[in-house]
Design a protein around this ligand. Structure first.
Ligand code: N7H
Length: 474
């Protein structure tokens, strides 16, 4: 059984958040850091702690309170360079070829497809300078208000002696994410409801909603059935998970402008409805969250918010058709469901279980300004602090990005003449796709501007409480 008191809270239950800070740091004094960490560990929120917090939130709401209950959740994770700096043998986290060991800086241009610039030291990604520096770890603070976050941040800075004459860490950068205001709460910056589909975990989610099959706990938490390296994990590396962080900018006015200029002419849709349909066909869901596989040509706001139905689809009977949903639509690319799981022999069926990831992103940046709406040009940076957990980056995030999103031939096994094309949102490379027009599935749209631009990131490992206490701290 999963030890919920030993697993960091963000992994299985998601730290409750209206706002969240990611503090990226380097360790500058190893001996002091290990001593400081011992005082930091009691702040770390476990899965059990989050479950308790969620109960408190429920009771608080039930009592009719309009204000949010002050709550804070702290987690910590380390990069391979962090473990090296600490002198900790992390070889049970992966071989030298594992993306975690290589680090995202190199992986970004080698495998993820991030745009780069040729320099004397090789191809380097066009990233924010903060992420070009080595990062040793990240501290996550989630809460209901900026005040709560700021207070906790100061407490943590005191523990690590930041702004004293002997700090143990140097803060390279910190990023703040905020859930969007009002009716857009829960929606990412393009306007689509997010956070609907995450894998249900056997042994944790007792009564999962209808949808994709539940995954073995080891797909998300190290040391359990489903962890490809279960047999060889060091004991301190059990009850942990790899945290992939990506700093992703979204070109929202440009996205909206593209939809406006390319409405799908279908049945008796108005141009505005045709633009909404195009957006829905790029994502695979309507802005409301309703899956287009179930409601292909018209938004269905009731379906959208019905947890018993809004993830219960498989691209069924559709193995060879993109009439209802394009093969390249973002949610079909990143969780192909029956495209692989019902793929006929000799190639299929192929389970997607090992490729599922637990997504925990949060939005950053302001709402669109009047000026941006008018000019259709981004002036203020905004996007997603993308985060996801898995026990294998090779099978999880990296696979989704490299082998699915960036691969014009995926999903495989289609017998149509047309190629699916790249994921129109996160695909990197020459971005074109077929299937946006239900009247003409072979029609290819190309010349899409980059809607999502990676500007940084790193691969981290989020250790167990026991690992933090007994192996990392001293
Ligand atoms: Fe995606 N978006 O706004 O379009 N994503 N994503 N994602 N994503 C999903 O089903 C989005 C990104 C996955 O199980 C939804 O919960 C944006 C990366 C996976 O059916 C929406 C960005 C990767 C799923 C978005 C972004 C993924 C998923 C529908 C970046 C991995 C679940 C909501 C700025 C490499 C698929 C939902 C399933 C869903 C958006 C990034 C993966 C609306 C804006 C980098 C696995």
């Amino acid at each position: 059984t999963l030890d919920l008191n030993n697993i960091q809270g963000d992994i299985l239950s998601g730290l409750p958040k209206k706002t969240q800070l990611y503090i990226f740091f380097q360790i500058v004094d190893v001996t002091k850091f290990r001593a400081d960490l011992a005082r930091f560990v009691p702040l770390v929120k476990t899965v059990a702690g989050v479950l308790k917090d969620r109960q408190l939130i429920k009771e608080h709401k039930k009592k009719g309170h309009k204000t949010l209950i002050p709550l804070v959740g702290v987690n910590i994770a380390f990069s391979h360079l962090g473990f090296v700096k600490l002198g900790i043998d992390d070889s049970s986290l992966g071989p030298a070829t594992d993306p975690f060991i290589i680090g995202q800086f190199k992986d970004s241009v080698q495998n993820l497809g991030d745009a780069g610039t040729q320099t004397a030291s090789g191809l380097v990604p066009n990233w924010d300078p903060a992420f070009v520096q080595p990062l040793h770890g990240v501290i996550l603070i989630s809460g209901e208000s900026h005040e709560t976050l700021q207070k906790k941040k100061l407490e943590i800075e005191c523990i690590f002696g930041v702004r004293t004459i002997q700090p143990s860490i140097f803060q390279v950068t910190s990023l703040r994410g905020d859930v969007r205001p009002g009716a857009e709460s829960g929606h990412e910056h393009f306007g689509f409801l997010d956070g609907i589909s995450n894998p249900a975990v056997i042994g944790f989610d007792k009564d999962p909603n209808p949808g994709p099959v539940s995954v073995n706990p080891g797909v998300i938490v190290t040391g359990y059935t489903g962890d490809p390296s279960q047999a060889t994990r060091a004991s301190w590396a059990v009850d942990g998970s790899f945290l992939v962080f990506r700093y992703l900018f979204q070109q929202v006015p440009e996205f909206n402008d593209f939809l406006r200029k390319n409405p799908i002419a279908f049945q008796d849709l108005t141009p505005e409805e045709g633009s909404d349909l195009l957006g829905a066909r790029l994502v695979g869901r309507w802005k409301s969250g309703a899956p287009i596989d179930l409601s292909p040509f018209k938004n269905d706001p009731v379906l959208a918010v019905d947890p018993k139905r809004n993830n219960d689809f498989k691209f069924e009977g559709e193995i060879n058709s993109q009439f209802r949903c394009p093969f390249a639509a973002h949610v079909r690319k990143t969780n192909p469901r029956n495209d692989l799981e019902a793929l006929p022999p000799p190639v299929g069926p192929i389970s997607v279980q090992k490729n599922r990831i637990m997504r925990r992103g949060v939005q950053f940046g302001p709402e669109l300004t009047k000026e941006e709406k008018k000019t259709a040009k981004t002036e203020c940076g905004r996007g997603l602090l993308f985060a996801c957990y898995q026990t294998s980056i090779t099978n999880g995030f990296q696979f989704l990005q490299k082998t699915w999103a960036n691969n014009p031939k995926f999903p495989i096994g289609q017998t149509q003449p047309e190629e699916p094309g790249l994921d129109p949102l996160i695909g990197q490379g020459v971005r074109s796709m077929s299937g946006t027009d239900p009247n003409n599935e072979e029609k290819v749209i190309s010349g899409m501007p980059d809607f999502i631009i990676p500007r940084g990131g790193e691969y981290f490992f989020s250790p167990s409480l026991k690992g933090l206490r007994e192996t990392l701290a001293s």
